[in-house]
Design a binder for this molecule. Structure first.
Ligand code: AMP
Ligand code: MG
Length: 274
């Protein structure tokens, strides 16, 4: 793997056991990618590389990649999916957005609905929000008792370990935006009629709890970045930096997985197409 890719992953990854301080991570960081046009072109090329690797993953049919996207409202989860996976064959990708749990889902443990949405062998699964909501909105809005929330970090680690041991590589990205950037993006949703549908008055309530959310994010980053499912903190105020960083890490990870086209038991010369 190129040194540059290694460096980028190291810079953005939360090392297991490391204290991830969001205040020390600049959401407007532009040092990792400098020129916007060049970077956008490179990201488009990466998206094509991801497609080729995904084709191999599908053909191999024995392992999966799970990409988990977390971030506050307007942090760019939808835009990341569009920007990074736009060249990937739809057959091999599943996207799942998690909203508030239904009544049925609430009748089960919090991971029940998540397990069912995990990617099949041979595919890439993308989570737009995830089980981490249960230690984020769940914690900030006190949707469950404190001791129940407290147990969830270890339950998540155990669940992800089980997935990893069964052939799913896991990548987790926190889209880190500044409070000012969120203000601009929320205002845009009010100003642009084509974005009205994305606006939800509840987003403003969550914005009031900004500091509580940042704290809840820090706790889960500290407790749930593991060797088998590392967290990355992505500077996300600039969309092109965000997409480039995630595309680079996804491609490098697929390359490391190195999926292989299966061997066949026949030789092409044995057949003649009539
Ligand atoms: P959006 O991503 O803007 O469509 O909004 C989805 C909403 O669902 C957000 O407000 C999340 O906080 C909420 N949500 C997702 N998962 C959960 C969960 N496990 N418990 C409570 N709320 C959730
Ligand atoms: Mg929303």
């Amino acid at each position: 793997m190129a040194d540059q890719e290694q460096d980028l992953r190291k810079t953005l990854r939360v090392e297991p056991g490391e204290k991830a301080r969001l205040k020390d991570r600049d959401p407007r960081d532009k040092t990792i990618f400098e020129d916007s046009d060049e970077t956008k072109a490179a990201t488009a090329a990466l998206a094509k590389d991801i497609d080729i690797l995904q084709d191999r993953l599908y053909a191999e049919g024995s392992r999966a990649l799970l990409v988990i996207l977390q971030g506050t409202d307007t942090s760019g989860k939808d835009g990341t999916i569009r920007g990074v996976f736009n060249a990937t064959g739809p057959l091999g990708v599943s996207v799942h957005a998690f909203g508030p749990p239904s009544r049925l889902e609430l009748e089960h443990d919090f991971l029940w609905r998540v397990h069912g949405a995990c990617p099949r062998r041979g595919t890439i699964g993308i989570f737009n929000r995830s089980h981490y909501e249960d230690v984020l909105v769940g914690k900030v809005r006190k949707l469950a008792p404190e001791d129940v929330i407290e147990q969830r970090y270890e339950q998540i680690n155990a669940f992800e370990k089980m997935l990893a041991e069964n052939g799913t590589t896991i990548l987790k990205f926190m889209l880190h935006i500044s409070k000012d950037e969120q203000k601009e993006r929320l205002q845009e949703r009010l100003d642009d009629p084509t974005k009205h549908w994305k606006f939800n008055p509840g987003d403003l309530e969550d914005r009031e709890h900004w500091d509580d959310y940042q704290e809840a994010y820090e706790i889960m980053l500290n407790r749930c970045s593991t060797p088998w499912a590392p967290w990355h903190i992505i500077p996300a105020d600039r969309k092109w930096v965000r997409n480039a960083a995630i595309a680079t890490i996804v491609k490098a990870t697929l390359e490391e997985m190195d999926p292989q086209y299966p061997e066949v038991s026949w030789k092409p010369g044995d057949f003649k197409v009539f």
